[in-house]
Design a protein around this ligand. Structure first.
Ligand SMILES: C[S@@+](CC[C@H](N)C(=O)[O-])C[C@H]1O[C@@H](n2cnc3c(N)ncnc32)[C@H](O)[C@@H]1O
Length: 446
């Protein structure tokens, strides 16, 4: 029988010590250990549970431990986090199993001394009438940080930028798995046919109401093994990214530049809007990532994409004047925390350098836009410095550009007051990942 708790511990250590991505580390562990679907679900619940609640769990450890948290070595700390998660946040695990299996795990890792320490803390928690009390609500930032397990710096950023109401709803939306969405490959099929084919493979697919050819998927297991996927009938893409490409409105025979394009999802969707006619230059500054685009395009039967190794901020490779430009810039990723919960613990989350890099990419790319063309600047983050402030500055410093008002579909509402040419999508207002989209046009010169 697979030792699921040990597998979860090893995945958590890979993420914490080696900076591995949760989804990749978890998928690898599931494959390497050939886990059944029940065991895979349990290991996923343990790993994501700890990642989503780490700050809360550490707060509880601090309350029960005589040793300061920073002095507890990483393995012991993670065994404790796993144990407390099972005791307090997983209904189906009996207390005795949570305690005994944690102690066994410590012994398995030859942590004899720690096993007593772990046993003591977990047993004290089981005996306590009130398991833990959150910090005083008057210290709002600390209270929200511990309650939702998000660093105080992000809580502060969101409360100050989007108001306390939005911030709390955003924080509450982070835990629990985000829905899997896909984009129907309209070059090969249509939504109804794909839904039927997926259903034949046991996948439940449902149309996303606010955007054509977008589906929610459930019960997929590993997507890559599906026949419909192998036959290139869809690609995975959140509804927010699909909306972004929809606003770009690429047409057949357009020339399009996707300046930060890997792994290629938005280029693929645009190629479908263009009916695979015209040309998309899909650029990125990493060669290995361009290979992902080529492979994806091949699987989907897209031939209008040319990949190009290029640094978008220096504009050192000549590109044609384009009808459509997409600047889907590198960002802090605060909008996809429910998909990658470990993002919140990165040290340099609110970087002072990113907004300038993004602004540089936007300015350099805009030079290639044709009069009458459209340019989108987008990020998958929720930070006005990387979003609204960058685009406001762009319009101020580029009088030959103007903001194009976005026509929002039913079901997509603004969480706060913004300019008509931009929208910050939030999980609680739009049911999407957190995402920012802004749309620009270029004036004819006099
Ligand atoms: C947000 S991701 C793009 C996602 C992509 N648009 C999609 O939909 O699949 C940003 C990409 O920008 C690339 N990148 C970062 N800095 C860059 C630069 N200076 N020039 C070009 N690409 C860059 C990264 O390698 C990354 O693949």
């Amino acid at each position: 029988m697979a030792n699921t708790r040990n597998i979860a511990l090893n995945v958590l250590l890979k993420i914490e010590n080696e900076g591995a991505y949760s989804n990749i580390a978890l998928n690898n562990a599931i494959k390497e250990n050939r886990l059944s679907s029940v065991d895979s679900s349990f290991v996923s619940a343990l790993v994501y549970g700890v990642l989503e609640r780490r700050i809360t769990l550490d707060y509880i450890i601090r309350a029960y431990s005589k040793i300061p948290l920073r002095k507890i070595e990483t393995k012991t700390k993670n065994i404790l986090r796993l144990g407390i998660l099972q005791l307090l946040f997983m209904d189906k695990v009996p207390d005795s199993a949570a305690v005994n299996e944690s102690v066994n795990l410590a012994k398995k890792h030859k942590l004899q001394k720690s096993s007593g320490f772990i046993n003591g803390i977990l047993r004290n928690i089981t005996r306590a009438e009130v398991k833990y009390t959150l910090p005083d609500e008057k210290d709002r930032v600390r209270y929200l940080s511990v309650k939702y397990s998000v660093p105080e710096s992000i809580v502060k950023l969101w409360v100050n930028s989007y108001g306390e109401n939005n911030a709390e709803q955003l924080l509450a939306s982070l835990n629990g798995r985000a829905k899997i969405c896909c984009r129907v490959n309209t070059l090969r099929t249509d939504a109804d046919t794909l839904i039927k084919k997926l259903s034949d493979e046991g996948v439940v697919a449902e149309k996303i109401p606010f955007i054509d050819n977008a589906l929610y998927l459930e019960n997929t297991g590993s997507v890559e093994r599906l026949r419909a996927y192998k036959s290139g009938l869809f690609h995975i893409q959140d509804a927010s990214s699909q909306l972004c490409v929809n606003f770009l409105d690429a047409k057949p025979r357009n020339i399009m530049l996707d300046v930060c394009s890997a792994p290629g999802g938005k280029s693929f969707s645009a190629a479908q809007y263009m009916n695979n006619r015209g040309r998309i230059f899909s650029c990125d500054m990493f060669d290995h990532k361009l290979k992902l685009i080529s492979a994806g395009a091949k699987r989907l039967g897209i031939t209008c994409i040319s990949t190009l190794l290029r640094n978008a901020s220096t504009n050192d490779t000549a590109l044609p004047v384009a009808d459509r430009i997409l600047c889907d810039v590198p960002c802090s990723g605060l909008g996809i925390m429910s998909r990658k919960p470990e993002i919140r613990y990165k040290d340099d989350l609110i970087s002072n350098d990113l907004p300038d890099l993004q602004y540089g990419i936007l300015c350099a790319s805009a030079k290639n836009l044709a009069v009458g063309g459209k340019l989108i600047y987008s990020t998958c983050t929720l930070n006005p410095e990387e979003n609204n402030k960058n685009t406001k500055r762009f319009l101020k410093e580029h009088p030959d550009f103007y903001g194009v008002p976005l026509k929002l579909p039913n079901g997509i509402t603004r969480a706060f007051d913004e300019e008509p040419y931009e929208i910050t999508l939030m999980p609680h207002t739009c049911g999407t990942d957190g995402f920012y989209i802004s749309l620009f046009g270029k004036k004819a010169s006099n």
